[in-house]
Design a protein around this ligand. Structure first.
Ligand code: C2O
Ligand code: CU
Length: 486
């Protein structure tokens, strides 16, 4: 395996105390204990309605050991004093109550529950579904998570800064009958832009990042650790929930010494588990793997991240004693979530969302705040991109859909950059070459020059964003919205 291409790297690193955080690499029992502890409430194993899970997420400044042990800790903003924030675990259909407490200096904030098909008022979009929560104040989120799977939560106010400073965590919704695995491990994969003194570079939202690939960092972590090590045993089965929480970096991931299947994308089970080789995750995308530890005892297995100049270990699994005699049988197909699947594509309402602009693009002008403006003027306002000729939000939605209507949107990327397009409040099917519905997702990576079609049934009333999840692109014009009638 090659070495990392990143600045101030000082490999090799050993297993460090505290590299494994609550909710990370823990057994289910330990995880539940963690959630109970932070909720401060007794845990009711009975009906989901008996006692909603309650928890508090306090957004506040803190520090975290992002750099290797021995170097300085990094000042961050975090939920619950941890990077990533506490892994929240709910059961499918359970009602969750979560109080956001804003202890940030000066900035208002909100929480968006990425990928959860929840009621509009709990979606956490400032100015569209709620007012941003000023410092010193609280907001009570209260919703039901209808789908099992791997999701995440993150700040949605000045997200290019707040997410980059650390305001995000993993949200796991458990199936009533989860696949049989020995360990269930959520892994938030992130990158940071660190200075040599281990502080975060404070050039959040820089114009260069807005017009190029977004804020791509120079320091990659898994669950906030530069060298995450997880104990494992031969022939045991792991469920790895991979979440890309980076602002702009696209990860290409494979495994060594772990052999298995990809079973879900963006929380939604695949029709059938597919043998796993490699997965590409754009910002905000997730993949669930079920893998068996096939490496020999006292060797190591790896989750590997591939860059242009080679691969490096994101997570190391140290294979210890206690092996199983043989591998388990292949996993069964998981039960689909109750997502309405778009079937009537012939009768669907069709529209196009054309992306233009960015560095090396051909965009000369665009509409912004109701006026046509030349590119120079757009840049003065921090804008670099347009969707259907408009930079940023419009008073009227891109699409006004009736409830239950099926729609197909053609995402045309006429720029020199990839974009990770995310729709709130719904999952869509990405159509294949032949126009057949493919896997359900909430975020689709559209490569430079590429066109992808997505189809969904607009069954969730309200105002929903559709935006690029390269967060600097979203801030620089790639954000619009749709409305679904009541
Ligand atoms: Cu995860 Cu509007 O985003
Ligand atoms: Cu983009």
């Amino acid at each position: 395996m090659g070495s990392r291409s990143m600045a101030n790297d000082s490999s090799p690193r050993s297993i460090e105390d505290g590299a494994i955080r609550p909710g990370v690499g823990a057994t289910r029992r330990q995880v539940l204990t963690t959630l109970m502890a932070c909720a401060g409430l007794p845990f009711h194993p009975g009906s989901a309605w008996a006692a909603p899970t309650s928890t508090v997420l306090r957004a506040a400044p803190g520090t975290w050991q992002l750099a290797p042990a021995g170097q300085a800790a990094t000042p961050v903003w975090s939920y619950g004093e941890s990077i990533p924030g506490p892994t929240l675990r709910l059961r499918q259909g359970e009602r969750v109550r979560c109080r956001l407490e804003n202890r940030l200096p000066e900035q208002a904030t909100t929480i968006h529950w990425h990928g959860i098909r929840l009621i509009n008022g709990m979606d956490g979009v400032p100015g569209l579904t709620q007012a941003a929560v000023p410092p010193g104040e609280v907001f009570d989120y209260d919703f039901v998570a209808p789908d099992a799977g791997t999701y995440w939560y993150h700040a949605h106010e000045r997200s290019w800064e707040q997410v980059a400073r650390g305001l995000h965590g993993v949200l796991v919704v458990e199936e009533p009958e989860p696949p049989d695995v020995d360990e269930d491990i959520a892994i938030a994969i992130d990158d940071w832009r660190l200075s040599t003194d281990a502080t975060l570079r404070d050039d959040f939202g820089a114009m260069h990042d807005r017009a190029h690939a977004g804020r791509v960092g120079n320091w990659v972590t898994a669950n906030g650790a530069a060298a995450l090590t997880v104990p494992a045993r031969r022939n045991t089965r792991l469920r790895l929930r991979l979440v890309n929480t980076a602002n702009g970096r696209i990860f290409s991931l494979s495994t060594q010494g772990l052999d298995g299947w990809i079973v879900a994308l963006d929380g939604q089970p695949l029709d059938k588990p597919a043998p796993f080789e490699r997965v590409v995750l754009g910002p905000a995308q997730r993949a669930d793997l079920i893998v068996d530890v096939t490496g020999d005892p006292s060797s190591e297995a790896f989750l590997v991240s591939h860059e242009r100049d080679g691969g490096y270990a994101l997570v190391t699994f140290s294979i210890g004693e206690g092996a199983r005699a043989r591998r388990a049988d292949p996993p069964r197909r998981m039960t689909p979530n109750p997502v309405p699947v778009p079937t009537d594509l012939a009768g669907a309402r069709r529209s196009t969302l054309e992306m233009t602009g960015g560095a090396m693009g051909r965009m000369a002008s665009a509409r912004f705040e109701g006026k046509d403006r030349e590119i120079r003027e757009l840049v003065r306002h921090g804008m670099a991109w347009a969707m259907n000729g408009t930079a940023g939000m419009t008073p009227e939605p891109l699409l006004d859909l009736s409830r239950g209507e099926t729609t197909v949107i053609r995402l045309v990327n006429d720029t020199a950059w990839p974009h990770a397009m995310h729709l709130h409040g719904h999952h869509f099917s990405v159509l294949g070459e032949n126009g057949e519905p493919g896997p359900l997702r909430d975020t689709v990576l559209v490569d430079r020059g590429e066109t992808r079609e997505i189809a969904f049934v607009a069954d969730n009333p309200g105002k929903w964003l559709i935006h690029c999840h390269m967060l600097e692109h979203a801030a620089a014009g790639m954000t619009t919205w749709i409305r679904v009638g009541a």
